[in-house]
Design a protein around this ligand. Structure first.
Ligand code: TRP
Length: 453
C-alpha cells in the first residue's frame, strides 16, 4: 500500500501529476470556498473585491504555494523534518506551528463538517420539502443545542477522514480525491447553471462581478489577502507535505498555478450557485455563517425541486470538507511516521482519536459549554478558529516566505523549480515576490489580525 521511495523511509508518492493536482486542489477547496468566499465578497462590494482577491492569489498565493511544495519535494519530509533537514533546527518552529495548526484546525473542522453530514442525511430523508417548511428554521438551533447529535456526527466525519488517510498516499488520499473532486465540480456546475437561469441570476451576476472601487477599503483588502491564504491551505505545511509526495518529473510551478486557478474558480462558482437563490427569495446575502445552514435550507424547502438540490448541495459541502480534512490529518500523520517512525495505521488511528477528543469541547461549545467564554467572549470553537486563522497560519506563512526568500539557496530553489520543465523562466519574478512582496503583505495581515492597526 505504501511505496518505498528512499532507502531509509517508506513514504508514499502520487501516481501522476493529475493525482497530485487533484489532492492539492482538494485540500484548498473546502468550507472556505463554499460559504465564506461568497459572503465576504458580498460584504465588501462584489466585483472590486473579487479582482483584488485574484491579485492576492497571484502575488502571494502562487509564490507561497510553490515555496511550500519545493521544500516538501526537496526534503521528502513532514514539515518539522523538512525544516530540520534544511537548516539545523533554527526554522523548525515553522514546522511545529504547522503540526499544531493541523491538529487544532482539524479538531473543530470535524464539528462543522459533521453538521454538513447531518444535513446531507436530513436532505436524503426528504426533510427540505414544503410540508416540513415550518420546521426547517428550527433545525439548526436544534442541532446546536444537542450534545449527542453533534458528537455523533463529529465522530462520523472523523471516522470517514481516518478511513481515507489510513489507505495511504495512493490508495487512500489520491483515490478519494480522484473520485470526490470530479463529482464536486459536476455538482457545482449544475447548481451554478441552475442559479444563473433562475430569476435572481442576473442580480447575482452583477452583485459578484461589477466592480465598485470605492468599496475596496483597507479592511476589505486585508480580508481578501487573509482569505486567499486560508483558502489555498497555506501557512501550515499542508502543501509542503503534499509536495513531499510529488514525483521528480512533475513541474511544481505548473501544479501550483493549476491548483490556485481551480480554487478561485470554485469560489466563484459557489457564489453563482448560492446568490441567485438568495436573491430570488429576497433574502440577506451577508448572512455569514448561518447562510449555508440556516438561510439556504429554508429556501430549499420552498423551491421547486428543492429536495434534490438540497441533496446535491450538502453532498458538495461534505465532499469539499472531506478532501480538506484529509490533508489536515495527513500533516499530523506524516510527522509521526517520518519523525517517530510510527506505522501509518498506528499514527492515523491514534492521532485521529486524540484530535477527535480535542474537538469534543468544540462540539459542546454551543450546548453544554455555551457559558464558557475565551478569546474576546468567543465560545471554545470560535476561539480555536480565531487563534488558528488569525495568528498561527499567518505566522507560519510569514516564516515560510522569509525562509524561502532569504535562507534557501538559489541553486536548490532553482533546481526544484525547473524540474519537469525545460526552463523556469520566471525564477527572478518568483524570487522577487517570495523575498520581498509576500513577507511584507503577510506581515500586514498578521499585524492587522493581531490588532496592531
Ligand atoms: N483550504 C480549506 C478551505 O478553504 C481549509 C484548509 C484545509 C486549510 N487545509 C488547510 C487551511 C491547511 C489552512 C491550512 O476550507
Amino acid at each position: 500500500m505504501i511505496q518505498s521511495t528512499s532507502p531509509t523511509h517508506k513514504r508514499g508518492l502520487w501516481s501522476s501529476r493529475l493525482g497530485f493536482i487533484m489532492a492539492s486542489a482538494g485540500s484548498a477547496i473546502g468550507l472556505g470556498n463554499i460559504w465564506k468566499f461568497p459572503y465576504i465578497t458580498g460584504m465588501h462590494g462584489g466585483g472590486a473585491f473579487v479582482l483584488f482577491f485574484i491579485f492576492c492569489i497571484v502575488t502571494v498565493g502562487i509564490p507561497l504555494m510553490i515555496a511550500e511544495m519545493i521544500i516538501g519535494r526537496h526534503t521528502r519530509k513532514d514539515p518539522v523534518g523538512a525544516f530540520r533537514k534544511l537548516n539545523q533546527g533554527r526554522w523548525v518552529l515553522a514546522g511545529w506551528l504547522g503540526i499544531i495548526a493541523g491538529f487544532l484546525i482539524l479538531s473543530y473542522y470535524c464539528v462543522i463538517a459533521g453538521w454538513a453530514v447531518n444535513y446531507l442525511w436530513l436532505a436524503l430523508q426528504g426533510t427540505f420539502t414544503p410540508e416540513h417548511a415550518a420546521k426547517v428554521p428550527q433545525l439548526f438551533t436544534g442541532l446546536l443545542a444537542s450534545d449527542v447529535r453533534q458528537l455523533f456526527w463529529q465522530a462520523v466525519f472523523m471516522g470517514m477522514t481516518v478511513f481515507i488517510v489510513i489507505g495511504g498516499v495512493k490508495s487512500g488520499l489520491e483515490r478519494a480525491n480522484k473520485i470526490m473532486m470530479p463529482v464536486l465540480f459536476m455538482i457545482l456546475v449544475i447548481l451554478a447553471t441552475m442559479g444563473l437561469r433562475s430569476p435572481g441570476g442576473t442580480t447575482a451576476l452583477s452583485f459578484l462581478f461589477s466592480p465598485d472601487w470605492s468599496k475596496l477599503d483597507p479592511p476589505a483588502m486585508l480580508e481578501a489577502l487573509g482569505h486567499a491564504f486560508f483558502s489555498l491551505s497555506l501557512g501550515m505545511g499542508a502543501m509542503l507535505t503534499y509536495g513531499s509526495y510529488a514525483e521528480e518529473k512533475t513541474s511544481i510551478p505548473n501544479v501550483a498555478v493549476t491548483v490556485c486557478f481551480m480554487d478561485t474558480l470554485v469560489a466563484l462558482l459557489s457564489g453563482l450557485a448560492i446568490f441567485p437563490i438568495v436573491f430570488t427569495y429576497g433574502m440577506e446575502p451577508a448572512a455569514g455563517p448561518g447562510l449555508v445552514f440556516k438561510t439556504l435550507p429554508i429556501l430549499f424547502s420552498q423551491m421547486p425541486g428543492g429536495v434534490l438540490i438540497a441533496v446535491l448541495f450538502f453532498l458538495l459541502l461534505v465532499f469539499a470538507a472531506l478532501t480538506s480534512s484529509i490533508s489536515l490529518l495527513e500533516v499530523v500523520v506524516a510527522y509521526y511516521c517520518d519523525e517517530n517512525k510510527w506505522g501509518r495505521k498506528k499514527a492515523t488511528l491514534i492521532m485521529g482519536g486524540i484530535i477527535f477528543l480535542v474537538g469534543v469541547p468544540s462540539a459542546l461549545s454551543n450546548s453544554m459549554l455555551k457559558d464558557l467564554h475565551f478569546i474576546g467572549g468567543r465560545n471554545f470553537l470560535d476561539s480555536i478558529d480565531f487563534l488558528c486563522t488569525n495568528y498561527i497560519l499567518p505566522l507560519g506563512g510569514l516564516f515560510i516566505a522569509i525562509f524561502t526568500g532569504w535562507a534557501l539557496t538559489r541553486g536548490l530553489a532553482k533546481g526544484e523549480l525547473e524540474k519537469g520543465a525545460v526552463r523556469f523562466h520566471l525564477y527572478p519574478a518568483w524570487h522577487f515576490l517570495i523575498k520581498y512582496v509576500s513577507p511584507v503583505l503577510v506581515a500586514l495581515v498578521f499585524l492587522n489580525k493581531a490588532g496592531f492597526f
